[in-house]
Design a protein around this ligand. Structure first.
Ligand SMILES: [Zn+2]
Ligand SMILES: [Zn+2]
Length: 641
């Protein structure tokens, strides 16, 4: 009788665990799904552009959370369930070991909210240590002030007031969008700007900068107004939206007692700030706007694209670069890539290669010269362009050709089209699609970063002229060549992204939502490698995407892009395929286990390269073992004191 009682009790407990684990999975899925922009015309907030997608992944650790909640709320169920669970996994032997491996990986794959809060407090304390006048409340007020200035600039189509506190990347993005509006004959007027909430989301620092991410919850109504007639041509009522604004300032800089850049004042002389092309205050000539003295806005990220800055990947070659060039900085490089990207967008809009001459090597810009031949009435162009992610992948120093190299992945969405040179009218507008590319930047190996010009255009090395408006490959003052990598990084080549090229030193279990895209991209591309994708395969793709918080609208853009063979490069031989499979398995395992759908996708992908089921299992198990080792390291290293 008694034995039987325990037995039934155990069965009961196991049933509850199964139900719980199942519901925990649903829980994680619901939390992982996010809203997305879809088409740019439904974008609630105009200047953000609307990148097709969500970057967030499904959250790990859901089951544990449910168990703990259960324990707290219903101790009379929770305690026996957990006791039963422990017994169950103990009895399972090998199962217990697997569970331990899986849960260790899962634990390391996401820092908990509490840990993030602790890191934020610790890093804020560090800032206050070197800058005693820094206060969170004051900073939030200042960020709000910059928020209002930026909205006004957008509305007025006059960006000068925001220039002093925005990086080149942010500024170029705004200026191309404003120029397109002007060209199309309207302005986008923002009304009833309401900041519902502003709070510090994250605080980090790197080799040069402190970084503060502010989360804004706001509401803005907007309407398009015809520039000639003043008539309203479109109105849009806003619902609350969330944006993350990233501010950087050189470590060790001090908060001024008077107003600064974020209030539109010169931090040196206190006058209304107006800066010259070279970034100096027009009145007192102090060089004020490069994050040296005050915070600079370097990124505006939509909620669904935001990923925590605490989760950073290791970048191949970064240490070597920092050893020879102490002012080298990843945030600055990524801002540079954004700037170059929006220069390319400008070149594509106006059909003129001059906009990229200064920032790109002839190797790259010559490829566009023929396409933009002024004799052609129609030229290839892009519409509804938005950037989803910019991530530095690999750095190579002292190349045998005398150059250093930086490879930066950039994922962006947009539609191909043709544009009329005279009327700017469009034809042959394609479906919106997502591309993942690698921008290779080069710089002569003997050149170092002039840190003072971070987030600003580096002047001519021969005569010191500011080159912000330059549209030539030479300095317009002294004629020195400026796009050969002797002054600054220049774009050398744009290629399709080949993820298996960057697996080599990839460490860290921490899952960036980025990898979800890579995995899904690889799978879609592989399925489309024979030109068709059947319903069953499509279903597998959409299910895997859903599990990873990638919305269906984005998946269809990815499929569109894969049909053009632009989504991502697919392996061309067995070794590359093995690398790809390993990185896919790694992503799939990042939450501790591979779902049935993901396993099928891996088998499907492997089959295209003649991998048997047993080969795939070996690859998965290898990755699981590696992840487990790394997870233990990470947990050990991120213990909060
Ligand atoms: Zn001044
Ligand atoms: Zn010059």
């Amino acid at each position: 009788m008694k034995k039987r009682g325990i037995f039934f009790n155990l069965i009961f407990v196991l049933l509850i665990i199964i139900v719980l684990l199942h519901s925990a999975q649903l829980f994680a899925r619901a939390g992982g799904g996010h809203s997305y922009g879809g088409s740019s015309h439904s974008s609630s907030h105009s200047f953000s552009g609307s990148y097709g997608g969500s970057r967030s992944g499904g959250g790990g650790g859901g089951d544990l959370f449910v168990l703990i909640m259960l324990l707290i709320q219903y101790p009379y169920i929770g305690i026996p369930v957990i006791a039963g669970g422990i017994l169950f996994f103990y009895l399972m032997g090998r199962g217990a070991n697997n569970y331990r491996i899986n849960s260790t990986i899962r634990k390391a794959s996401g820092l908990s909210d509490a840990q993030e809060k602790m890191l934020k407090e610790q890093n804020l304390a560090k800032i206050k240590e070197s800058d005693p006048n820094f206060s969170e409340d004051k900073f939030i007020e200042r960020a709000k002030s910059s928020f209002m200035i930026v909205q006004k600039c957008w509305s007025d189509q006059n960006l000068m007031p925001m220039k002093p506190f925005t990086s080149n990347g942010v500024f170029s993005r705004f200026s191309i969008q404003i120029d397109i509006q002007k060209e199309s004959g309207f302005r986008n007027q923002l009304d009833d700007i309401t900041i519902l909430d502003a709070s510090i989301q994250a605080v980090t620092s790197d080799n040069i900068y402190d970084r503060i991410d502010v989360m804004f919850t706001a509401m803005i109504n907007d309407k398009d107004v015809d520039l000639k007639t003043g008539k309203v041509i479109r109105t849009n009522e806003s619902s609350p939206f969330i944006e993350f604004w990233t501010f950087l300032r050189r470590r060790g800089a001090k908060t001024q007692s008077k107003s600064g850049l974020l209030e539109g004042k010169c931090p040196n002389c206190g006058g209304d700030i107006k800066i010259t092309e070279s970034g100096n205050c027009e009145y007192c000539n102090a060089f004020v706007s490069s994050g040296e003295y005050d915070w600079v806005l370097t990124e505006i990220t939509q909620e669904e694209e935001y990923s925590s800055p605490y989760l950073q990947q290791n970048i191949i070659g970064l240490e070597d670069m920092m050893k020879k060039d102490i002012d080298f900085n990843v945030a600055v490089i990524e801002d540079k890539v954004s700037t170059i990207f929006f220069r390319i967008v400008r070149a594509n809009y106006f059909g003129d290669v001059k906009y990229i001459k200064e920032v790109s090597h002839p190797n790259f810009y010559n490829t566009l010269s023929t396409a933009f031949n002024p004799a052609n009435e129609w030229y290839p162009s892009l519409e509804d362009v938005a950037v989803g992610a910019v991530e530095t992948k690999r750095i190579t120093v002292n190349g045998s050709d005398g150059y250093d190299r930086v490879e930066v992945m950039i994922r962006w969405s947009g539609s191909y089209c043709e544009r009329n040179r005279r009327t700017k009218e469009l034809r042959n507008v394609g479906e919106p699609s997502i591309r993942t590319q690698v921008y290779t930047l080069i710089r002569k190996s003997d050149v170092k970063t002039p840190g003072r010009y971070n987030f600003r255009t580096i002047p001519c090395r021969s005569c010191g002229a500011p080159l912000t408006q330059n549209t030539e490959d030479r300095c317009e003052y002294c004629g020195a060549v400026i796009n050969d990598g002797s002054r600054d990084w220049v774009l050398y080549a744009v290629d399709i992204y080949r993820p298996y090229n960057y697996n080599v030193q990839y460490t860290g279990v921490v899952k960036s939502s980025e990898e979800n895209y890579v995995m899904l991209s690889a799978m879609i591309s592989a399925m489309l490698s024979d030109g068709v994708i059947d319903e069953r395969e499509k279903d597998m793709i959409y299910r895997a995407a859903q599990n990873r918080g990638i919305p269906p609208a984005v998946v269809s853009q990815m499929i569109e892009s894969a049909k053009r063979r632009e989504l991502i490069a697919i392996p061309s031989n067995t070794e590359e395929a093995r690398g790809m499979l390993a990185s896919m398995a790694r992503v799939a395992l990042a939450d501790g286990k591979i779902s049935g759908a993901e396993y099928k996708l891996l088998l499907n992908f492997g089959a295209k390269y003649n991998f048997q089921k047993a080969d795939i299992d070996i690859i998965i198990n290898n990755q699981r073992r590696l992840l487990f080792q790394e997870a233990k390291e990470i947990i050990k290293n991120t213990k909060i004191k």
